[in-house]
Design a protein around this ligand. Structure first.
Ligand SMILES: [Zn+2]
Length: 245
């Protein structure tokens, strides 16, 4: 290999010295060793990148959730953050917030309802519950919108973006609860309604329809998915109680 050539460190193909990126695999050509500064730089880039960062994705998902999922499944895979990575990151961030909030929330629940056990259980397995919601929504949307040429995994992409973005809304709600703890019931209702409307908008965008029948089906998706998840929560809780109490 002469001095004007170098090797891609990812795929080992020979590159021209002038290349910024490897044309075969897309990795940066003159990649340095990993260090803490580089790690922070990469994390910050993943968060704030103007084209495909986490922040721009969250912003786009507010008004165009169905379009983002549709763009992604029909080929814009490099343009948007991977939906499943997005969900995993958002569950981790939300779990961090939940753990900070746990004691305030539990005290409040015990004072108002006297039933802290179920809430304690929900907090403890919050990440599992949320991760379950993604496939539940995926299956229910897929079944109710059967025959629209969009397969199950493609529906999972939509529900991963929706579940991840729901975490963003939960974090905002949590901050409100911490500031105004007495408004927990009214605020919970308002947020529940807003998120439901947002889900309906997302499904209608995703399936490119505005028909009354589709609105009815989207509403059914939410009701069925909520019933399934509440049922799962209560039944696992009762099994859990039998083994621990
Ligand atoms: Zn390469």
């Amino acid at each position: 290999m002469d001095h004007h050539k170098m090797e891609c460190k990812n795929c080992n193909k020979v590159l021209e010295q002038s290349f910024d990126y490897c044309p075969y695999c897309g990795q940066i050509a003159n990649l340095g060793r990993l260090n803490f500064k580089q790690l922070l730089k990469d994390l910050w880039k993943a968060f704030s990148d103007a084209d495909k960062g986490l922040l721009i994705l969250i912003k786009q998902l507010i008004a165009r959730p169905g379009h983002v999922a549709r763009d992604y499944i029909f080929g814009k895979r490099k343009k948007y953050f991977n939906p499943f990575s997005f969900l995993a990151i958002m569950v981790a961030i939300t779990l961090f917030f939940i753990l900070q909030f746990e004691n305030i929330g539990l005290n409040y629940a015990q004072i108002t309802t006297g039933d802290g056990e179920l809430l304690r259980f929900s907090f403890k397995y919050f990440n599992l519950l949320i991760l379950l919601m993604c496939p539940i929504y995926g299956i229910v949307i897929w079944l109710l919108f059967w025959g629209n040429q969009i397969n199950f995994v493609e529906n999972l992409v939509l529900s991963a973006y929706l579940s991840g973005q729901t975490m963003v809304y939960y974090i905002i709600a949590l901050i409100f609860f911490i500031i105004f703890p007495s408004s927990i019931n009214i605020l919970g209702t308002i947020i529940g309604i807003l998120i439901s409307l947002w889900y309906i908008m997302a499904i209608l965008q995703f399936y490119r329809t505005k028909s009354f029948w589709s609105i009815l089906k989207s509403l059914s998706v939410i009701i069925i998915a909520q019933l399934i998840s509440q049922g799962l929560l209560l039944s696992t809780f009762s099994i859990y109680s039998k083994f621990t109490l």
